[in-house]
Design a protein around this ligand. Structure first.
Ligand SMILES: [Zn+2]
Length: 120
């Protein structure tokens, strides 16, 4: 009946109240910080893809905040079309996909327009 309970963070044997899960506040906050941080491999992977996508879009855009590139060139640069952060539909009904603050939209002949998303 005397089950040995251990701290969820450091594994130390716990004394005291039966509902105790950590030896002290430090262990509790370490444990909670880990649980809340974006440390899963899958999340890191997706974040890296999104960051790379944004870097590619940045490289396409000229000083005026716009650019144009073919689909195959985007792919050569390592752009991943499966991942984007949000979509935006303009008043004219054009759908842009965005990676953070850069958007892109397919146009004719397998080309894409890329725009830096300024304040509108
Ligand atoms: Zn502990």
């Amino acid at each position: 009946m005397n089950e040995k309970r251990t701290c969820l963070e450091c594994g130390e044997t716990l004394k005291g109240r039966a509902d105790k899960k950590f030896c002290d506040d430090q262990c509790r906050s370490n444990y909670n910080n880990k649980a809340n941080s974006d440390t899963t491999a899958e999340m890191r992977n997706i974040n890296n893809i999104l960051r790379r996508n944004r870097r590619v879009l940045v490289s396409v855009v000229k000083d005026d905040g716009k650019g144009k590139i073919s689909k195959s060139k985007l792919q050569d640069k390592g752009f991943n079309f499966k991942y984007f952060t949000q979509t935006h539909t303009t008043q004219k009904g054009t759908l842009y996909k965005l990676c953070y603050d850069y958007g892109y939209m397919p146009i004719e002949n397998d080309y894409y327009v890329v725009v830096r998303w300024g304040k509108e």
